[in-house]
Every structure is written in C-alpha cells, then in structure tokens.
Design a binder for this molecule. Structure first.
Ligand code: SAM
Length: 230
C-alpha cells in the first residue's frame, strides 16, 4: 500500500462520519492499513480514515443528500439484509466499533465468500448465508436489533423488510429501506412505485421519518427511513 496522504479532517454532523478537505466523506478505519473496496485511505493527526464513496454506497449517498436520522454510534446492533461484499457495511463497522455488531444476511454464496475476508479482519461483522425472505432460518443467530438496513433490489423488497422488522426490530428501532424502482417494476414510473412503497410502510404502522431520492448517485433509487413503534 502507498503511504496514506495527510489531509484536513473535520467531523460531519452525523456521529462517526468525517469530512476530508471540505469535500469527501470519511470514516475512521477500524482496521488500520486495510482497504475494503476501491476507497482511498488518508491520514490526519495520527488517525487513519477511509473515503466513503457515495456512488458505491447508498447510505453515503443519502448522507450527501441530507439524511438526518442517524442511529449509528459505538455499540449499535445492526441487521443488514443484502450485505453483499460489505462495501457499505464496512463503514458502518467503522462507526459502531468493536462494541457494536452487524448481522449480515446475503443469499449469493460467491458474494458472501468475499465478505468472509472482510469479516475475518472486522470482528463486528457476522456473515449469514440465508434468504432475507425467510427470517425464521436465521432467527437462532440474530438478536433484537437497533437498526434494520435493507438493500436487496428484489420485487418483494417491502414485504421482506416488514417481515424482518417483525422478527428483529427492538421497540423504537430505525429501519432503512433502499428501494430500486426498476427491480420492483421496470415498466412503471419510479414516482408511482415510491408512492406505493410509502403507502405500504404507513399501512404497517411505521412512522416514515425521511424519504430521500438518491439521484444522481443511484438512479431511480429512494432511501426510506422509518421508526418502529414502541
Ligand atoms: N448493500 C450493499 C452495499 O451497499 O455494499 C450492496 C447490495 S446489492 C445492491 C444487493 C445484494 O442483495 C446482492 O448481493 C444480492 O445477492 C443480495 N440479495 C438479493 N436478494 C436477497 C435475498 N432475498 N436475501 C439475501 N440477499 C439478497
């Protein structure tokens, strides 16, 4: 690895998130010297930071678009559905630290294998090979969680989300649902699809805190943020 460049770092208003050179998002690297994807690594005042790229991570793009709800801090318990090879999860892992934990559900074995290399270094990620549509198959591993984060790009993503909230959400838990309109229905206008998702979330008695369009970082995607009742 090249010697990381020294830059100016200041805290973002969201806990555990930083801004480098007044431009890009960063998190403090939990595993020094280790990259997870194509992100750059920087140094400031003896600390190491990883760039958090909004084009690669929907959560980072939501931050760029003004996300306000922020349940992530040291010790947070997260259930992550559709964790893939851990791009976004690695930044959550930086933020929640060793006291926190991410249960990462992924149904593609080849992708999960890549996550295994990440989880070997990051002890707060627990990879689970399972279908997020069948929470009963991982009920014995996952505990009640503070945050349920879902990014599965599937036609029945809202139903999958609601099912997992019923199984694993603590009272007052926060849910993040990243919706890709085209994976629900390629023929419909994304606006119509997003309205339909919103209706289903409200019908399930969830409090809709935010809905954020992720364009231009992720085309026709919306991040819904909900709060589970007590
Ligand atoms: N969230 C990741 C990130 O930001 O680093 C990217 C996730 S990618 C868009 C969607 C992932 O969800 C894929 O890896 C796919 O295999 C997985 N997936 C889709 N349907 C699933 C299901 N029913 N159960 C578990 N994983 C699923």
């Amino acid at each position: 690895m090249h010697m990381p460049k020294n830059i100016k770092v200041k805290p973002h208003k969201l806990e555990g998130v930083y801004i480098g050179n007044n431009k890009f998002l960063l998190t403090k690297n939990l595993v020094k010297g280790q990259k997870v994807y194509t992100e750059r690594i920087f140094k400031s005042k003896g600390e190491e930071y990883r760039e958090w790229i909004p084009f690669r991570s929907k959560l980072a793009s939501a931050i760029k678009k003004g996300l306000k709800t922020w349940p992530f801090k040291k010790g947070t318990i997260v259930l992550y559905l559709g964790i893939a090879s851990g791009t976004t999860a690695s930044h959550i892992s930086d933020i929640i630290g060793e006291e926190g934990i991410i249960f990462g559900v992924e149904f593609a074995p080849r992708v999960l294998r890549e996550l295994m290399f990440v989880a070997k270094k990051r002890k707060n990620i627990v990879p689970i090979l399972a279908d997020a549509n069948q929470p009963e198959t991982y009920q014995h591993i996952v505990v009640q969680s503070d945050v349920i984060y879902q990014d599965v790009a599937q036609p029945h993503q809202v139903e999958i989300f609601l099912k997992n909230l019923r199984f694993f959400a603590k009272p007052n838990a926060i849910g993040f649902l990243a919706v890709k309109a085209r994976s629900i229905d390629v023929t419909k206008d994304p606006k119509v699809i997003f309205r339909e998702v919103e209706r289903k979330l409200r019908e399930a008695k969830l409090q809709l805190l935010e809905s954020i369009r992720l364009d231009p970082y992720h085309k026709d995607h919306m991040m819904f943020v909900v709060k589970v009742p007590k």
